[in-house]
Design a binder for this molecule. Structure first.
Ligand SMILES: NC(=O)c1ccc[n+]([C@@H]2O[C@H](COP(=O)([O-])OP(=O)(O)OC[C@H]3O[C@@H](n4cnc5c(N)ncnc54)[C@H](OP(=O)(O)O)[C@@H]3O)[C@@H](O)[C@H]2O)c1
Length: 250
């Protein structure tokens, strides 16, 4: 018996990185998992990796019509949502003088707008007592140079989770934020360059982590599983930090 047996989960950005690891974790515990992402090959590979309990949904969370289509797909299957991990997001990193309108709009469009409307569009499908998990970031409360716009977008996520925890309490829907630090995913080192440059980036980032290494996606997924399941039923409006101590260093 898995902890999520018979339950339905939705993981946006579930085709890579933290989302993929969480989708695998939820499915391993018995959930039927809708996995979303924009790129078809990555999505197909992810679903093959997760196994028969995964259903792919290709779509961009920043496009409202695609979120409507996701809600319609789940409704047509006769399902309600027990666990929603609003995780699709990411960004690039620029110091203030290099910030452009495109950089700002791209990050806020996915990380904030996409997340807000993901939860709004799924809201009618959430069961009473559902667990909503928003992927925030320790960048919401650290001050690493070049993380300004990205950190601001994640600060918005953390803020809105606190509000929704109150707004949705009447339906016993819990809303918590998962706050990863440096987790090794395709997204984290995407801009680093070749393998040697990636290795240097790993070393640089790890140096600031008390535990001395980057986190694994599975470690973030374990925390997501804790928030998704019955071990966290008295938690709402909380921030669960998974960062090897990095955000507590200074
Ligand atoms: N890795 C870290 O160190 C770290 C730390 C703190 C917070 N986070 C946060 O954790 C989340 C996952 O990050 P990650 O590192 O696992 O990223 P990743 O490896 O780049 O994976 C991102 C996932 O999101 C999907 N995605 C991106 N934009 C999307 C959109 N507009 N619509 C639908 N799907 C979209 C990607 O698929 P497609 O590209 O095919 O759409 C992919 O499945 C993000 O919110 C990120 O900000 C990560």
């Amino acid at each position: 018996m898995g902890q999520l047996d018979g339950r339905t989960a939705v993981v946006t950005g579930g085709s890579a990185g933290i989302g993929l690891a969480a989708a695998k974790r939820f499915a391993a515990d018995g959930a039927h998992v809708y996995v979303t992402g924009r790129r078809t090959p990555e999505l197909e590979a992810a679903v093959a990796e997760i196994g028969p309990l995964a259903t792919p949904f290709r779509g961009d969370v920043s496009e409202i019509v695609e979120l409507d289509r996701l809600a319609a797909t789940i409704t047509a299957a006769g399902e309600r949502i027990d666990v929603l991990l609003a995780n699709a997001g990411g960004g690039s990193f620029r110091t203030l003088e290099d910030v452009t309108e495109e950089h700002f709009d791209q990050i806020f469009r996915t990380n904030v707008r996409g997340l807000v409307f993901t939860v709004q569009k799924m809201l009618p499908l959430l069961v009473d007592g559902a667990s909503v998990i928003l992927t925030g970031s320790t960048a919401a409360f650290t001050g690493n140079p070049a993380f300004g716009v990205y950190g601001a977008s994640k600060g918005a996520v953390h803020a809105i989770a606190r509000v929704w925890a109150n707004e949705l309490s009447g339906r016993r829907i819990r809303v918590n934020t998962l706050a990863p630090g440096y987790i090794e995913t395709p997204g984290l080192l995407a801009g680093a360059g070749d393998e040697q440059a990636k290795e240097r980036a790993r070393g640089r980032l790890s140096a600031g982590v008390p535990l001395g290494r980057l986190g694994r996606a599975e470690e973030a997924a374990d925390a997501a599983m804790f928030l998704a399941g019955d071990q966290s039923t008295f938690m709402t409006g909380a921030e669960l930090v998974v960062d090897g101590g990095e955000s507590r260093r200074r």
